[in-house]
Design a protein around this ligand. Structure first.
Ligand SMILES: Nc1ncnc2c1ncn2[C@@H]1O[C@H](COP(=O)(O)OP(=O)(O)O)[C@@H](O)[C@H]1O
Ligand SMILES: [Mg+2]
Length: 149
């Protein structure tokens, strides 16, 4: 599943002034490849990830997955945010499940996936805990489990 950015240009408007955050960015990521995007604070790293996750739209250029145009959120792309962003009124398990509702999984398969990734994160004993009962690192691991699931 190559993920490709083709000549992406992204602008934001801040205080009525356009800011060009990404200009003519092209990048190709191969299956299984681990890539770090490094740059100064505010240079557009998160914006690039948010575009791939379908949370922003570029003014120019396109993104493809396996040659198919990405038009919004896609089940093969998940983003782990800088902050855990867990819903405080849902348990750990339900926080993960909520993000899986559009996946073609039976209830039993979802349950199994949730258990699998919680175990991977060392959080199997906290499936029914509330977000406020977690440490910062544990909350971030729930967010990673959610991204993987
Ligand atoms: N939703 C937004 N509205 C306006 N400006 C934004 C928005 N998101 C990001 N920006 C601006 O885009 C630039 C890049 O931000 P970002 O991609 O978050 O940077 P970083 O490389 O630190 O992750 C910054 O100048 C930021 O102010
Ligand atoms: Mg960032």
């Amino acid at each position: 599943m190559p993920l490709q950015f083709h000549h992406i240009t992204k602008q934001f408007t801040v205080q009525h002034q356009p800011i060009t955050v990404l200009q003519d960015i092209s990048l190709s990521l191969a299956p299984g490849e681990l890539v770090a995007i490094i740059g100064s604070s505010g240079c557009g790293k998160s914006t690039l990830l948010r575009l791939a996750a379908g949370l922003e739209q570029a003014q120019q250029g396109s993104i493809t997955i396996d040659g198919q145009l990405l038009t919004g959120i896609h089940p093969d792309v998940s983003l782990v945010f800088q902050e855990p962003r867990l819903f405080p009124w849902l348990s750990v398990k339900e926080n993960i499940r909520l993000w899986m509702i559009n996946l073609p999984l039976s209830a039993a398969q979802s349950e199994q996936q949730i258990a699998h990734y919680l175990e991977m994160m060392g959080l199997e004993d906290f499936a029914n805990a509330w977000p406020h009962q977690l440490s910062g690192g544990m909350a971030q691991r729930v967010a990673i489990a959610r991204g993987l699931a």
